[in-house]
Design a protein around this ligand. Structure first.
Ligand code: GDP
Ligand code: IMO
Ligand code: MG
Length: 430
């Protein structure tokens, strides 16, 4: 039985939360495998809005198992805050329907402090991170000094690890001219939060193996997007994890064959939040209008998202580098009413045409988009629930995008609401 991985195919905020929520009616388990509470995933169910950062989007369907895999960086305080917030909305969350890998590395206050201090020191050259400590936490993981959820069960080990961690971090703080931290600054809050989070700790790889063997369907929920991937994105203006579906296996403790169908999510246009190159960015009235119609403000930081036309070259590259089988195209309704709509079909770099996005940061900043212009549509697509309801010109736009990106559109989303979704190919049936 096929599993499905949902990943962003642009710079994040493509509507992954909405699509994961919709697809999770067909799944038994929803697994986050990378990123942390830098993500902001929005679900709208019968007019009620849910904003999730660290919790898998399956959590609102209380009968599904939600899993935070080992590939995530886990802030225990943010976790408890989010669990409490969703409980206040009437959703039942407990260790029966939400588990966290015991080997997940923790995000500590030292990481968010470092994230913010570094961004400040960079000034105009900053990455524009979410300030959640994601990068510094992944650095500690790779450097083998991270404190992991399982370490909270053994105080002697914890004390030793905190000492080793601070020897490193205080040297960095001294260099940045920031105040140093004492072991107690880290240990006391950890000892306080431990009894609240440890009930959720589980041997995730083992449970997932058992569920898989019992024929349960697993939905992997990516955060961020391919252009923010640490290897395949617009480095260094990226996040600190692999966002591609290849990481769904390693980040949850399953083999690559478990991943199944890879569904890439992309908007019918493009947005980006934070710094970095963006070839199709519109800094004019049209960009403003797209931002207003699409309500393009960040879920996590409230920052205004930069907006631009659909970039077929970039999405095609995301499809190739990430092994995407099909696309869910979202926010088509935001393009309703435009006289014309443009799509980037190639780049010009230093006078030459190229059909891919180069890796070099200077070249990424210099490429100029080559556009194809489409006639817009006056009738609305908003809320359409069948292909037949779409204006002919909108259908033409979608069909042409499929050709350009060399992948089929499996799902189409026409509003934030859960059920305003058109299914063309069932990813679970593939
Ligand atoms: P994610 O990070 O990929 O889950 O996406 P976000 O939740 O950060 O941003 C997507 C925004 O678009 C959210 O406010 C969604 O409610 C909204 N959204 C999702 N799909 C559609 C759609 O088809 N049309 C419109 N107008 N809004 C949508
Ligand atoms: P979702 O899952 C959009 C961006 C930040 C910054 C860069 C690095 O909602 O799509 P980080 O805090 O990760 O070190 O920041 O990545 N970024 C996102 N942009 N959507 C996200 O998540 C993002 N998560 C991080 O704005 O440019
Ligand atoms: Mg988001």
């Amino acid at each position: 039985m096929a599993n499905v991985a949902v990943v962003g195919a642009q710079w994040g905020d493509e509507g992954k939360g909405k699509i994961v929520d919709w697809l999770s009616s067909r799944a038994d388990v929803v697994v986050r495998f990378q990123g942390g509470h830098n993500a902001g995933h929005t679900l709208v169910i019968n007019g009620v809005e849910y904003k999730l950062s660290l919790l898998p989007s399956g959590v609102v369907r209380q009968s599904k198992l939600s899993v935070i895999g080992n590939g995530v960086v886990f802030d225990p305080w943010a976790f408890i805050r989010e669990v409490n917030a969703i409980k206040e909305k009437g959703v039942t969350v407990n260790p029966e329907n939400l588990i966290v890998a015991e080997n997940v590395p923790l995000i500590l206050p030292v990481h968010s402090a470092l994230d913010k201090a570094r961004e400040e020191a960079k000034g105009a050259g900053k990455i524009g991170t979410t300030g959640r400590g994601i990068g510094p936490a992944y650095e500690d993981k790779v450097a083998r000094r991270a404190i992991r959820l399982c370490d909270l069960t053994d105080d002697a080990v914890l004390v030793e690890k905190v000492d080793a961690l601070l020897a490193h971090h205080n040297a960095l703080f001294r260099a940045l001219g920031a105040p140093e931290m004492t072991p107690a600054d880290i240990l006391e809050p950890l000892r306080e939060i431990a009894p609240q989070v440890l009930p959720y700790a589980a041997v995730v790889w083992k449970q997932l193996d058992e569920l898989r063997r019992a024929g349960k369907r697993i939905l992997f929920e990516g955060a961020q997007g391919t252009m923010l991937d640490i290897d395949h994105g617009t480095y260094p203006y990226v996040t600190s994890s692999n966002t591609v579906a290849g990481n769904a296996a390693a980040g949850s403790g399953m083999g690559p064959r478990a991943v199944g169908y890879v569904l890439g999510i992309c908007k019918a246009y493009t947005t980006r939040v934070g710094s970095g190159p963006f070839p199709t960015e519109l800094t004019d009235d049209i960009g403003e209008l797209i931002g207003q119609k699409g309500k393009e403000f960040g879920v996590v930081t409230g920052r205004k998202r930069r907006c631009g036309w659909f970039d077929a070259v970039m999405v095609r590259q995301a499809i190739k580098t990430g092994g995407i089988d099909g696309i869910a195209l979202t926010k088509l309704d935001v393009l309703d009413g435009f006289d014309e709509v443009k799509v980037c079909v190639g780049y010009r770099l230093d006078g030459q045409e190229i059909d891919y996005y180069p890796a070099n940061a200077g070249a990424q900043a210099r490429v100029e988009p080559i556009y194809e212009t489409f006639e817009g549509w006056k009738d609305t697509t908003r809320g359409a629930r069948s292909w037949a309801e779409l204006p002919a010109q909108a259908v033409k736009y979608v069909r042409h995008i499929e050709e350009l990106i060399q992948a089929p559109v499996a799902l189409l989303s026409t509003s934030p609401e859960r059920d305003d979704t058109i299914l063309m190919t069932d990813p679970f049936a593939d």
